[in-house]
Write a protein that binds this ligand. Structure first.
Ligand code: NCD
Length: 305
């Protein structure tokens, strides 16, 4: 991997992405081959926002490569509470760990932090910005279920604040996927993201409802309304509960439609969808382990062998 840090999916070429996905597939086929590859390596976990999947799958990935983690723990129990700056925190923890994973509510925080450290740093989500390791596992899941050629993807829900959406859209542009964005007007993609996607060659098609576009889709990527990022609670209430799919919704879909969701879901996907052949979101979450093993292995390289 030619990158020192993973901050956004924008920095990844199609070749970089394919390298990670191919390596993840190798690891998924034969996890025993890398069992002790990074024995003694420590991954520093710095989560300034809640996380279940991302944090635990990075931890699992590091341990399955033979390493271990050191975890800053909750903000309440760390020196952040005493007013320590992020730049100081990462410089301290870089002395304990061989790589860092950082989630932060402020957009751009991982980029800034990466400028203070020499060990690889992965952005595990920065506010409404980016979440590139999620994108890699999303693409892995898409490749397994629908392939990455001639792909038509619908991305639905909170496109404004959903960082997984922004990261995925940039990456799909590199695979020339046909992208459809389905949301209420108030939660459309930020205009600067649309502009940027256009600059990168994407055709951005925005829709107010799913109905007209659903039959043409290979993948439907559903997202949660990011309640915690709404400046005004009333604005949240206006849109909560819109854009929910159930088994009835999917009757109009292609039999091979793959339904994905980065999780956690609130009520965007009715539980009855879980039992249909469309549901790929639990498989998607599980793919976080081989994909993050591949990513860590490539970022760490042979330096610790
Ligand atoms: C997402 C996130 O944190 O952006 N979760 C995840 O990492 N799988 C999506 C979300 O919180 O809605």
């Amino acid at each position: 991997m030619r990158h020192d840090h993973l901050i956004t999916s924008k920095q990844l070429s199609r070749g970089d992405i394919t390298e990670v996905l191919d390596h993840a597939a190798e690891i998924a086929d034969d996890p025993g081959a890398v069992l002790e590859k990074h024995a003694g390596t420590l991954l520093g976990l710095l989560f300034f926002e809640p996380s279940t999947r991302t944090k635990m799958s990075f931890e699992t990935a590091m341990k399955r490569l033979g390493g271990d983690v050191v975890d800053m723990g909750s903000i309440e129990s760390s020196s952040v509470k005493k007013g320590e700056t992020l730049a100081d925190t990462v410089r301290v923890i870089e002395g304990y760990a061989d790589a860092l994973v950082l989630r932060h509510p402020r957009e751009g925080a991982p980029k800034m932090a990466s400028e203070y450290v020499d060990v690889p740093l992965v952005n595990a989500g920065d506010g409404a910005g980016h979440h590139p390791s999620q994108t890699l596992l999303d693409l892995y899941t898409i490749r397994e279920n629908a392939g990455l050629e001639d792909l038509s993807v619908g991305i639905m829900g909170d496109l404004k604040y959903g960082r997984t959406v922004h990261s995925l859209a940039y990456a799909l542009t590199k695979f020339d996927a046909s992208q459809h964005f389905i949301s209420p007007e108030s939660l459309q993609l930020p205009r600067e993201v649309v502009y940027d996607l256009h600059q990168n060659g994407a055709t951005v098609r925005e829709h107010g409802d799913l109905e007209s576009i659903l039959p043409t889709l290979d993948v439907l990527y559903v997202t949660r309304i990011q309640q915690e990022r709404f400046p005004d609670e009333n604005e949240y209430r206006k849109v909560a509960g819109e854009y929910r799919i159930d088994a009835g919704t999917l009757e109009a879909a292609d039999d091979d439609l793959t339904v994905m969701h980065p999780l956690p879901r609130v009520d965007e996907i009715a539980p009855e969808v879980d039992d249909t052949g469309h549901a790929a979101y639990f498989e998607q979450a599980h793919n976080g382990v081989p994909v993050r093993m591949a990513l860590l292995d490539l970022l760490l390289g042979d330096s610790d062998e």
